[in-house]
Design a protein around this ligand. Structure first.
Ligand SMILES: Cc1cc2nc3c(=O)[nH]c(=O)nc-3n(C[C@H](O)[C@H](O)[C@H](O)COP(=O)(O)O)c2cc1C
Length: 544
């Protein structure tokens, strides 16, 4: 009994005080206290929530703190370097660069340079006096009629739907002002993508939004019409994204407004799912044929593939299909498992998909090892937000990088992590016009462009310090990584970097021998039983 009184102390005290207030004639105070008593009785009798059933009214305090937790953590508890997914330092850097505020740091690094995750770029005694502050990369091999000159930093795929109309407008305006590209994401081409004339990469996922027939299959005519927009400079087939590989796309019902439904050609106010896989192809060879078809239908614009690497034989299967068909996509974007999303199952975000460094090195090795890196450009995405992010991925083999969340931050995102609920406080991911009111595209577009320019300047500083003019001169051995408290190694001693053509000439001499043997141009399934093959193989390094 005493235990029960303890647990129900709030409504009991409220009842006693209500009685006293009534006797004193304080009717309003008594009514207020009686409301607490009523709440206590409700909590005690309800059957859904154990905590409030056992601790009437008091149990609600837990909910209150549960709600406040993200804010308390972000504003009070979190230190500068350890917030996730983006630390306070990272968010602050993007915000400062976007707003044109000072982005220099006083008093030296706050990082623990003895920690295992620490890595650095080796600078030169002879720095480059005149680095290229806006390097470009030509995308488009000899099968492409209309090559595109890309910046080394671009806006990664994010759909209208996942983003608000004003966010799409702001990003596109930023792309226009800063001369970089804006990937539409898989949600189709919206009018907001076309308003400011920034360069677009039109992404097609397995839902073929913007180019689908009534059954959700690829519609060549619609694709041709949309790809003909001048602003569409390249097209891209989305195979997967790091935050939810193999899941397809998901736009929660709360965000599927009438307008989004119209653009995507799906029912409004229902979850909008892209299937897990594509219906337009099911083998590596068919994938290449589909890419070639898209390039033809778009009148020769570069076509690319975006994926997060999963099973290692699959990129090799794609390479074999390229070699067998003679069809080379113009670019491949490798997305890391650490990449962002509007909404995804936690297990997929946390535990499925290769992180960027490993995925990038594997794809770089597949292309270089097959001797086709000159035909297929390589891009990287996954938590790139700074000059260092650009420099290190380019050193590992990327021609350019894409960033999604960093550009969201640049147009006002505060990492409230409400993208999936439609209640984003900054209007970046909310379809609610009231919330979008805070995001003024003209102001935020300027910021996206400024963030881009300042980040390239920061990268150029690193490149110049290493003694180079162009980031492409950075190599894996310029990047050092701590591997233990007393040990650090250059990246080319941590990961394997294959020499040109070795996969065609002597694949068995590489660490990828089994994966290469398992890869087939006519199927994504392995062509050999990998279990005995790997059990029999000697000297398989830990990295694979
Ligand atoms: C809000 C949001 C929406 C996204 N939508 C798409 C999409 O439609 N298609 C896609 O390929 N990737 C999508 N992504 C993934 C990004 O394009 C990118 O691959 C990933 O976030 C890695 O970049 P980041 O780490 O710089 O955010 C989305 C990411 C976010 C944050």
């Amino acid at each position: 009994m005493f235990d029960l009184i303890q647990r129900a102390i709030i409504p009991i005290v409220a009842a006693v005080l209500a009685l006293a207030a009534l006797l004193a004639g304080w009717v309003w105070v008594a009514l207020l206290l009686l409301a607490v008593v009523a709440l206590g009785i409700y909590d005690f009798l309800q059957r859904d929530w154990t905590i409030t059933r056992n601790f009437p009214v008091a149990g609600r305090i837990r909910w209150l703190f549960y709600r406040l937790r993200p804010y308390l953590r972000a504003y009070i508890v979190e230190d500068d370097l350890h917030g996730t997914p983006y630390s306070f330092e990272a968010r602050n850097l993007v915000h400062a660069r976007a707003r044109g505020e000072t982005d220099t740091h006083p008093f030296g690094t706050e990082r623990d340079v003895d920690a295992e995750e620490y890595h650095w770029i080796g600078h030169s005694i002879a720095p480059e006096p005149d680095p290229d502050i806006s390097p470009r990369v030509i995308v488009g091999n000899d099968q492409c009629a209309r090559p595109y000159s890309a910046s080394v930093l671009n806006i990664s795929a994010m759909s209208f739907g996942a983003l608000s109309a004003n966010a799409v407008r702001a990003l596109n305006l930023g792309a226009k002002k800063g001369n970089f590209y804006h990937d539409t994401g898989e949600g189709g081409l919206s009018p907001y993508h076309l308003e400011h004339g920034g360069d677009l990469v039109w992404e097609l996922g397995s839902g073929y939004f913007g180019a689908r027939d009534k059954d959700g299959r690829f519609d060549a005519g619609k694709f041709r019409d949309n790809a003909a927009h001048d602003a569409v400079r390249m097209t891209e087939i989305k195979l997967s994204q790091g935050a939810k590989p193999g899941h397809g796309g998901l736009l929660p019902a709360a965000k599927v407004t009438e307008e989004i439904a119209r653009i995507r050609q799906v029912p409004a106010h229902q979850d909008c799912l892209s299937p897990r896989g594509h219906s337009a192809f099911s083998t590596p060879i068919q994938m290449m044929e589909f890419a070639a078809r898209m390039r033809d239908l778009s009148d020769g614009k570069p076509v690319g593939l975006k994926l997060c690497i999963g099973q290692p034989h699959e990129p090799f299967a794609m390479i074999k299909a390229m070699l067998e068909t003679g069809i080379y996509p113009d670019f491949i974007v490798v997305d890391g498992g650490e990449g962002g999303t509007g909404a995804a199952p936690l297990e997929l975000s946390d535990w499925v998909g290769m992180p960027l460094t490993e995925g990038l090195v594997l794809m770089r090795n597949a292309l270089v090892g097959a001797g086709i890196k000159d035909k297929v450009r390589l891009a990287a995405s996954g938590k790139v937000y700074s000059g260092m992010g650009l420099a290190e991925n380019i050193a590992l083999g990327a021609d350019w990088c894409n960033a999604a969340r960093a550009f969201m931050l640049s147009v006002g995102c505060i990492q409230a992590q409400r993208c999936h609920l439609g209640t984003c406080p900054t209007g970046v991911t909310s379809q609610d016009p009231g919330r979008q009111r805070g995001l003024i595209p003209e102001v935020q577009g300027e910021r996206a462009a400024r963030f881009h320019a300042k980040t390239l300047e920061a990268m150029a500083d690193i490149v110049a310090a290493a003694g180079f003019r162009h980031p492409q001169d950075l190599q894996p051995h310029h990047l050092m990584h701590r591997t233990g408290p007393e040990k650090a190694m250059p990246m080319d001693r941590i990961h394997t970097f294959l020499p040109e053509g070795i996969l065609r000439d002597a694949p068995d001499d590489t660490i990828y021998a089994d994966w290469w043997a398992a890869a087939r141009a006519d199927s994504f399934r392995p062509g050999i039983d990998l279990v005995p093959a790997r059990a029999a193989a000697k000297n398989i390094p830990a990295e694979m």
